[in-house]
Design a protein around this ligand. Sequence first.
Ligand code: HMH
Length: 214
Amino acid sequence: MDLCHRLRDAAKPYWDASVNHRFVDQLLAGDIADEVFGRYLVQDFRFCDTFVRLLGAAVCAADDPEARLTHARQLSVLAGGEYRYFIDSFEALNIPESQWKNPTLSEPTQAFIALMEKACDSQDYALMLVVLVVAEWLYLEWAQRAGNTLPPRPEHRDWIVLHNEPDFVRWVGFLCNELNRVGAERDFETLREPFVEACQIEQRFFDMAFDGMR
Ligand SMILES: Cc1ncc(CO)c(N)n1
């Protein structure tokens, strides 16, 4: 088994709970409450801001010119299509700028930001890749649960498509190959610990969307 699959196995309870979370069930069915999805998107917009910093750090820390360009290209996706997705969805969900510009950060948002900032500050490419692989591979796995019929509302449908379209599949494949490559000579435990922590936070992030709901 390659390194990425060994890491995923080590985090299996949290990984599976996230991929099969009721948040995902309801999003794929298109029947997620606007209040739940809106709360999630407002927090995720802040997650993505720090995620951009992490990708920038990966551009800096990567040991290979081709890899630097691949990270740089993905930055343009976040700054382009994904940014537009958030703005359009806040409008569709009637979430005013005052609510998404400066929200109170939930516990899992804070925890994820702290983990990403730690990876940035470490200047350790392998550690950055651990966090990138969890965030992107786990999102690919839940989005690949989607069948042929996608939910009709763009804010639901586009969030799924952003995470299972062919470009995203290639991006995740790249990240896993990079971690398998640069993580090969690293002590497994030093990678396992942040990998599992990131998976635990992913689960709490989906839980958080339902805070205050039944
Ligand atoms: C919390 C979270 N994890 C992963 C992704 C995918 O980048 C995201 N948008 N949000």
